[in-house]
Design a protein around this ligand. Sequence first.
Ligand SMILES: Cc1cc2nc3c(=O)[nH]c(=O)nc-3n(C[C@H](O)[C@H](O)[C@H](O)COP(=O)(O)OP(=O)(O)OC[C@H]3O[C@@H](n4cnc5c(N)ncnc54)[C@H](O)[C@@H]3O)c2cc1C
Length: 425
Amino acid sequence: MAEVVVLGAGLSGTIMAYELLPQLRREDRLTVIGQGSRYHFVPSNPWVAVGWRDRSDIEIDLHDVMRRKGIRYLEQGAKRVHPQENRVELEDGSTVPYDYLVIGTGPDLAFDEVPGLGPNGHTQSICHVDHAVDAKAAFDRFVQSPGPIVVGAVQGASCFGPAYEFAFILDTELRKRRIRDRVPMTFVTAEPYIGHLGLDGVGDTKGLLESEMREHHIKWITSARVKAVEPGKMTVEEVGEDGSVRKTHELPFAYSMMLPAFRGVPAVRGIEGLTNPRGFIVVDKKQRNPTYPNVFGIGVCVAIPPVGATPVPVGVPKTGFMIESMVTATAQNIGALLRGDPARSEPTWNAVCLADFGEGGIMFVAQPQIPPRNLNWSAKGDWVHYAKVGFEKYFLRKIRRGESEPFYERFILETLKLRKIKETV
Ligand SMILES: Cc1cc2nc3c(=O)[nH]c(=O)nc-3n(C[C@H](O)[C@H](O)[C@H](O)COP(=O)(O)OP(=O)(O)OC[C@H]3O[C@@H](n4cnc5c(N)ncnc54)[C@H](O)[C@@H]3O)c2cc1C
């Protein structure tokens, strides 16, 4: 009998559990360790922050679904992983031993790296549903007395799509309320150009996003380093190619949402051989940690080097489809190892992304996510908003039903020739 443990019950961890089930032998046991009883769909947080969704619309009780699937679910959270002892220490002092461990703990949000940043400082966040609920309350106060808005992503951030989404969603909501004319908006980003997205652009994301920003009267500052945030004021350095400060901006704001840099969560950070200096899980091409080969990493917690040098540090995003490819490869590899076969599956890390702007949006496909690519495509249109709503409903249904990839999803992926596993292996 093998003990297989998934740590983290977010987007990657839940589908990991569902994909592992058919790979296990009858005698094996699957345990998922989460933090609390509920799953929430992170990509819908921007909608919660403007009241287009309630948190209850995007949350699911995990005890219920895990019980139905025969998966043991522990909600007390992990205090520390002990890979040399093959065990996870939980917050309540108990221990979960494992033969195979999959880590899908997502990001720790490094607000503390910029003075005054984040929900405990002076800017809002949409990274967690709790933050999005607070951001909505702040937005309700803001509309009573509108003023300038600053939205973006700080130095070291690796997740830019949601920052663009949120800027355009705010624009849409303010136009609906007919107060957009009272709100100057500035987009502040560590990216060297608009539409870089941590990927050196995909298709024409530079042209598409710049033109959208112009059409929606959103000014921007790129290669931006946020020095500090005070109540109602953000100090931003614009950095040149040579790393020198070209200009310092003092941006007044009445409302601000800035995405922070990410790092690995405390339960894994600083474990020699398991994580890199930022605390991200080091994995090989099969999602396996080289030092501890019975440990796998999936999702945002995985270490991926940046696509190239930029004046201000910019990380690589880990988007949904890319994460699903990590999950499928990991499930197949653990299944093989349980049967005494070698781990052979390599994920494609292809990226398919829908960025919703409230009324329209952009979609891009990057195969693979890191350039040079075999497919490099982007497009915009009203259909993107509806596609994103459909994706949200579909994904939440998958989590509720405990399914990872129903046959119709396989059919669509096959039709679009979007693969999760590399064919060369
Ligand atoms: C605001 C936002 C919007 C996004 N929108 C999109 C999008 O539209 N499309 C797209 O492709 N990608 C999107 N992404 C990127 C990515 O798909 C999501 O971040 C996704 O949720 C990442 O999945 P994950 O499992 O790696 O992390 P998460 O979903 O964050 O899950 C990690 C889980 O691990 C748990 N955890 C952490 N530490 C512990 C511990 N010690 N013990 C137990 N559990 C622990 C956390 O509680 C959490 O539930 C978005 C990201 C953000 C931040």
